[in-house]
Structures are given as C-alpha cells and as structure tokens.
Design a protein around this ligand. Structure first.
Ligand code: GMT
Length: 373
C-alpha cells in the first residue's frame, strides 16, 4: 500500500509512535510518505520505502499566526495526487484530522477518493481537544474520519464521554520494537558514569509539561534517598524544567540529580535505570513507561487514564493515586530492594512483550486493508 503518515515530528509520544509505525510498515514493503514540518526525530537516516515531505510554513508579514493547517492540507493534496497514495493516516487530531478532511474534500472535486484514518493519542482529547475553542472541529473530524483508533480503552471512553461521536473507535495500543539481544550488553561502565556501585538509578523521561507532574518525581526521590543511596536522571526538556531545577536546589538535592536535556535515543539511559517514574496527572497510555519496561525497568506511576492498561500493579511496577508521593516513595523503595529488583525487572520485560510490534502492526494493517478494498 502507499500510505501518507501525518504527525508531529518532535520527541512527543504520538510522533514516536507514528514514526515507528511508518518505519515498520516500510520494512514490510509498504510505501510510506511522512508529511510534517520538520524531519521526525526518530526517523534516522535513509530507509527503503520511506519518503519525507516537508510542509514549509509561510512567513508572509500579514500573518500573525502561520496558516499551518492550510499548508498541510495543500501538501496532502499534492502528495496524494502525485505519489498516488491509497490512504492517509493522521496522528493526533489537532489539526491533522481537520487538514485531512479538507484535503479529502479537495481531492474529491478532482475525482480522487482517499480515505483517512485518525489516531487519537491523548491530550487531543483529554486536555486541548475538550476546550470549547476546539471541540466542534474535533467532533466533526472524528465523525468524518474513515476509521478512528485510540491508543487505550481509557482514551476511547474519554472520547465518547467528552465528544458527540457516532463513529466506531478501534483501540490499538501503542507498541514497542523489542531488542532480543539487549540481555547480552554489559552496562556497568555506562552505569558508572552516573552512579556509584551502591547507588540505584531512578529515571524520568518527558517533555516537562505540567500534566507530567515532574515535581512529584523530585518529591518522591527526596524520600527515597533518605533510605537508599540513589541518583535521579531526567531526560527531556520543556516548560516545567526550570521549576524542577529550582526545587532540586531548594531541597539541596542537586548533586544527586542530573538533567540531561533532550536525548534522541533514550534507551541508553533507560537501560541503566532501576525504576522509571511516571506520576502524570493524566496519561492516555504512557509510551515512555512502555519503553522503560521493554529494557527491563519497573515503573512507578500514577493510576490515571490508560496507565493501568500498561503498568500492572505489583508486577511490572506499582500504581498510586495522582499526587500521592508518599505511596510512590514506599513503592519505589520496595522495588529497589535487593531481593525484589531482579523479579520486577524481569516482569517489566514480560509486560512489554504484550505490546510487541509484531502483535500490534497487523491491527493497523487490517484497518488499512478494509478501507482500501
Ligand atoms: O497528548 C499528548 O500530550 C501528546 C502525546 C505526545 O505526542 O506525546 O502524548 C500522548 O500520546 C502518547 C502516544 O500515544 C501517549 O503515550 C501519551 O500517554 C499521551 N499523553 C497524554 O495523554 C498526556
């Protein structure tokens, strides 16, 4: 099939999922055309069957706000027509689904019929999308999509709760490419760069938005370090990073906490970690937690949204109520204990296997085949 994938090219989970999906489909022989405003961070170098079409954004002085949606729709029209696409798959509803709807209508006037699939990822429904300034457009586009998928049962339920949706929603969980060779790696040297031999490593990866409650990670760490020598590594950057750095200074924890900033391949940090922290306010899935589990890192998380579908309490880690840093610290210390850690690490890997690429990819292909027939 010839598939157009519209995505955010940044470090966010929706962009990562869309890029990995495209790469996996290309490996299976599909022709994949990524359409977005800059090269997706996870795309990497040249790959067979993969093409990238950049949407250039106009800087005409009249525009206080750049008309990205219009330029994206125009680019979709062009790519569908000249690359002879069979379908478009948009990730994150805003503004990708409405741009796809517009492109579809334009193409229809030229005798070209193109179905589009919308994958809902999270805040396009739970935070931003619900805002009255977006809601009518989101509702319309979900209903106009030829197929709609959501990354968790929780997100599907939220969509029906907050929007007047008549369309069916297929739940297709996020997935992970499992590296079968990782067990053979010797990580002692890398670990030694960040922590002493007797120290455990806690880690958090995010875009430091308010919804991630990153300060809770520090509050949990402040409790954990009282009982067990540890280091905390932060990966990523965003609006809350400064407040987090301030909190570390206030709590005199700076020598135990590292802020690495944006890192393209987070697996290097995850592999040397003993616990992954995800205390989010809301989280439709928690791809970062799945990436941690895939390399054998247990997850200490909140129990919000779709996280319970990913992290199993008492098995791959623990879940607590949002903001309950006391409980999260207690759970972290339990996981980090010598007699528990290796079991939790093994369980985390087993849990990740439920979300393997091999199991999830055919679910998308099935939807595509139905639409293209
Ligand atoms: O919705 C967002 O906040 C952005 C999005 C992203 O691009 O990172 O994150 C969402 O999609 C991810 C991939 O499906 C999920 O793993 C995240 O849980 C989800 N974020 C939230 O629900 C806050």
């Amino acid at each position: 099939m010839r598939i157009g994938i519209v995505l955010y090219p940044t470090f966010g989970g929706s962009g990562v999922v869309a890029t990995e999906l495209g790469k996996a489909l290309a490996k299976k022989g599909h022709m994949i055309h990524f359409i977005t405003y800059s090269q997706p961070v996870r795309l990497g170098g040249f790959k067979e069957n993969v093409f990238y079409h950049e949407v250039s954004v106009s800087d005409y002085p009249l525009f206080d706000f750049q008309p990205y949606e219009t330029e994206l729709a125009s680019k979709m029209v062009d790519v569908v027509k000249y690359e002879k696409l069979d379908l478009i798959h948009v990730h994150y509803a805003i503004p990708h689904a409405s741009a796809a709807f517009m492109a579809k209508q334009i193409l229809a006037t030229q005798g070209i019929s193109i179905p589009f699939v919308t994958t809902l990822h999270g805040t396009d429904i739970t935070l931003v999308g619900r805002d009255p300034s977006f809601e009518p457009v989101i509702t319309f586009c979900i209903n106009q999509s030829d197929a709609v998928t959501a990354v968790s049962e929780s997100l599907k339920a939220d969509t029906f709760k907050h929007f007047n949706v008549q369309n069916d929603i297929h739940v297709i969980p996020n997935f992970i490419r499992l590296n079968k060779d990782s067990a053979k790696e010797d990580l002692a040297e890398t670990r030694g760069l960040y922590a002493k031999e007797n120290e455990r490593i806690l880690c958090h990866v995010s875009n430091f938005r308010k919804v991630k409650r990153v300060e809770d990670v520090i509050k949990v760490f402040a409790k954990v370090i009282k009982s067990r020598p540890s280091k905390l590594i932060f990966v990523g950057d965003g609006p809350e990073r400064y407040h987090c750095e301030m909190l570390c200074r206030e709590l005199s924890l700076c020598e135990h906490i590292l802020f690495l900033g944006k890192v393209r391949d987070t697996s290097h940090v995850l592999k040397i970690s003993d616990a992954f922290m995800l205390p989010s306010e809301t989280e439709s899935f928690g791809l970062a937690a799945l990436e941690a589990m895939a390399v054998g890192v247990p997850v200490i998380s909140s129990n919000t949204g779709g996280i319970p579908e990913v992290n199993t309490h008492g098995f791959s880690g623990f879940l607590s109520n949002v903001g309950d840093v006391e409980d999260m610290a207690k759970n972290t210390l339990h996981v980090l204990e010598e007699q528990h850690l290796s079991t939790f690490k093994q369980n985390a890997k087993k849990q990740a296997e439920k979300f393997s690429l091999e199991q999830v990819l055919p679910l998308y292909e099935k939807i595509y085949s139905k639409l293209v027939q």
